[in-house]
Design a protein around this ligand. Structure first.
Ligand code: FMN
Length: 254
């Protein structure tokens, strides 16, 4: 198993600038040529699937967890997990911590966003969530729902492309993709766009890890994967590229 990405996140973002055109051209071609398992195309400006297969999540229960101080003190990366499912209620909390809307009037969320642009889309590889079929899903913060995006075989292909063993035993792996066009359309350079995306991804993943810890869960944030291969398996096109991932699980090493 790879540990940390030897290039580091900033180096990876720099390389992402170089591969942006090649990946955009090749991703769709390879996915569909291979006999796609994609169930809904990323049709919206944020790359979300259509409403088909949408699952409304329960409202987050904010009274069930430990304090923020406890979560900050006890957060540790874990790569070894119990064979225990995650409930929809817990998935709801985790996704709310990542990108939940906390002010419906402005649309502002739990994590900050450069120029209020929200360039990150969350993809969930679901292996073991109670009542949710294994597969790949996307999160829609506006409706606080998940939509089925790839079937179980498509999800497995994404996890294979990620290449780190913890993704196979984790009930959920959350994969973050960034949309650089929201910045380049405002006249910003691709490098600035990727800097914003990587920083925002960091905010989101820390929120997820602290929420997990507050519910006696753990995961590992990771970048040590072939992002072009993961982009291809997810069918990401245009300015959309995977930048970061984090598992959600009940740890076996505590
Ligand atoms: C940007 C970033 C990339 C990382 N990539 C990986 C990775 O590819 N594989 C992995 O097992 N851990 C990865 N980690 C987790 C680190 O190894 C871990 O955070 C570090 O050992 C400190 O341990 P702690 O998280 O338990 O405090 C990454 C962490 C960060 C912040």
């Amino acid at each position: 198993m790879a540990d940390e990405d030897p290039r580091g996140l900033s180096g990876r973002c720099g390389i992402a600038v170089l591969i942006i055109v090649i990946a955009a051209i090749s991703a769709t071609t390879i996915l569909y040529a291979a006999g796609s398992t994609q169930e809904n195309s990323p049709t919206g400006s944020n790359g979300l699937a259509t409403a088909d297969g949408q699952i409304a999540l329960p409202a987050p229960d904010h009274k069930s967890g430990s304090t923020l101080d406890y979560a900050m003190e006890h957060r540790r990366s874990s790569r070894s997990y119990l064979n225990e499912s995650i409930s929809p209620e817990t998935l709801s909390l985790i996704l709310w911590s990542a990108q939940g809307i906390t002010d419906p009037a402005s649309g502002k969320r739990t994590a900050p966003s450069a120029m209020h642009t929200y360039p990150i889309t969350l993809y969930m590889a679901v292996n073991n969530v109670t009542g949710v079929s294994p597969g790949m899903y996307t999160y829609d913060p506006v409706t606080h729902s998940i939509s089925r995006y790839l079937d179980a075989a498509g999800k497995d292909a994404v996890l294979e492309a990620m290449g780190q063993r913890q993704v196979f035993s984790a009930p959920v792996t959350i994969i973050l993709s960034g949309n650089s066009t929201v910045f380049t359309e405002k006249g910003q350079s691709s490098e600035t766009a990727l800097r914003h995306i990587c920083l925002e991804a960091g905010h989101i993943v820390q929120n997820i890890l602290l929420m997990e810890t507050s519910r006696e869960m753990a995961g590992v944030p990771f970048t040590g994967f072939n992002s072009t291969a993961v982009d291809e398996q997810l069918g990401l096109t245009g300015g959309h590229h995977v930048v970061y991932a984090v598992t959600a699980a009940y740890p076996a090493d505590r």
